[in-house]
Design a protein around this ligand. Structure first.
Ligand code: MN
Length: 246
């Protein structure tokens, strides 16, 4: 694979960092915990709802957009479109990408954790179009595989759960566990806190969860103070600094 710096050119080219609160790639750095690889799944209500699936490799995050989100059912193959590599810092990004910017909308850290690849060279697996790995997340666990379809230049992959104790029939996970693993918020609550489009975000939350919130708004999750994992939008930047988050 090419070096992380050049791998992140597409990421940088697509974004205006004076406007979006998304992280600007820093000087190339390896994982702080050597040998441990992180993964993140971000629920992203952009022009279309999708789940961004990201695996750390060689100082950046290999990334796929999964329109229907991961399924725990090995019978269900989920389309995963390869997108540009993201900086490692992106794994902690939760908040609002301003309307009109690339990917404009609400982003939630839906799952986070570490992963172990079956084969040590994930870059080689990526080029060959098949990556097998085990997830140790809060929601996603066990064996998974990403398989590219349609040749070496294709951006089309499939994300599939492998058969093991963490597999299950059906597709209730996304409805059962709709909240952020870092802030416990629904998409609508993130949009509300960060000045995003609440109605658009709420349309991507499970209707039952939104109805419960409307029935009793006092159950609304507050922004967790002093949680470094949560990024705030630029408009909230001042207060963010004061309480020592960033
Ligand atoms: Mn996305």
């Amino acid at each position: 694979m090419t070096r992380p710096k050049s791998r992140l050119k597409d990421y940088e080219r697509k974004r205006r960092f004076a406007i979006t609160p998304e992280p600007r790639p820093k000087v190339t750095r390896r994982s702080a915990r050597s040998g441990i690889l992180q993964f993140v799944v971000q629920k992203h209500r952009a022009s279309h709802l999708h789940y961004d699936f990201r695996l750390e490799w060689d100082g950046a995050l290999l990334s796929w957009a999964v329109p229907k989100g991961p399924s725990l059912d090995p019978e269900t193959k989920r389309l995963a479109m390869a997108v540009e590599d993201h900086p490692l810092e992106y794994a902690d990004f939760e908040g609002i990408i301003p309307a009109g910017e690339y990917g404009g909308g609400t982003v939630m850290v839906w799952d986070q954790g570490t992963y172990v690849p079956d084969e040590p060279d994930v870059g080689k697996d990526w080029h060959q179009g098949e990556i097998k790995f085990t997830l140790q997340g809060r929601k996603l666990k066990g064996g998974w595989v990403l398989v590219r379809t349609g040749g070496a230049t294709s951006r089309t992959w499939l994300l599939i759960k492998r058969r093991d104790a963490a597999a299950e029939r059906g597709d209730s996970l996304l409805v059962r566990q709709p909240r952020s693993v870092v802030s416990k918020r629904l998409l609508a609550e993130i949009a509300f806190d960060e000045g995003g489009d609440v109605e658009r975000a709420a349309a991507a939350d499970p209707p039952d969860a939104i109805r419960a919130l409307i029935r009793n708004p006092r159950t609304r999750r507050r922004v967790p103070h002093r949680t470094p994992a949560v990024w705030r939008s630029k408009s909230a930047g001042a207060s963010t600094k004061r309480i020592g988050m960033s």
